[in-house]
Design a protein around this ligand. Structure first.
Ligand code: GRF
Length: 195
């Protein structure tokens, strides 16, 4: 059985994590969730992970051994794929190397537009609306040591309506994210898609 690990953010809701866990449970992803990595001991995402019965491994991103600690945990559990879901920092290079590049992230816009440092959460959706883009969506991409730079694995699109607020758009994109992330993970695991 393939093993995936999911890394959440300090403050994230964990909705993408929950969607991936659900897809593993119902068989739409052929894998099990080895554990959830969290840079915070407590957060909404950690509470959700607990309620789903997922194992949680907290780590200290400020620690000089953070990269080694995360890498060791992933290698010990023979994790096939690490999925970032709301993790907003750059991942220590050592982790990407340990995973041989098999690290995915999801971004709430159509990269390469509306990505890069500072482009997260509502900043993204506000920028899309200000730019009067007719279409937005989400992107699943390989993770590198630059923000939002890795090759695109999968994108889904949705319309941006003239009356949309950033909250409206965020909700529409979030529903797509849950679908796109599960589809991308399954493709990577079963179709040999490589970084
Ligand atoms: C999502 O919008 C994702 O695209 C971005 O961070 C957000 C995380 O949301 N990387 P959630 O914690 O998965 O609900």
């Amino acid at each position: 059985m393939n093993q995936i690990a999911i890394m959440v953010g300090r403050k994230g809701r964990g909705s993408n994590m929950a969607a991936l866990a659900k897809a593993c449970a119902d068989g739409s992803i052929s894998a099990q969730v080895a554990f959830v990595l969290s840079p915070a001991e407590t957060s909404p995402a950690v509470e959700t992970a607990k309620s789903l019965g997922l194992a949680i491994k907290p780590f200290d991103l400020q620690s000089p051994t953070a990269g080694a600690d995360i890498s060791d945990a992933l290698l010990a559990a023979k994790v096939d794929l690490l999925c970032l879901a709301g993790f907003m920092n750059l991942l220590p290079k050592r982790v990407i190397q340990a995973m041989d590049g098999r690290v995915l992230n999801i971004h709430p816009a159509l990269l390469p537009k509306f990505g890069g440092k500072g482009m997260y959460g509502m900043h993204v959706h506000n920028a899309v609306i200000v730019a009067q883009e007719p279409i937005s969506g989400c992107t699943v991409h390989w993770v590198t040591d630059e923000y939002d730079e890795g090759a695109v694995v999968h994108q889904l699109t949705c319309p941006v309506l003239p009356e949309d607020t950033a909250d409206d758009l965020a909700a529409r994109v979030l529903a797509l994210e849950h679908q796109a992330y599960a589809e991308a993970v399954q493709r990577v695991l079963t179709e040999g898609v490589r970084p």
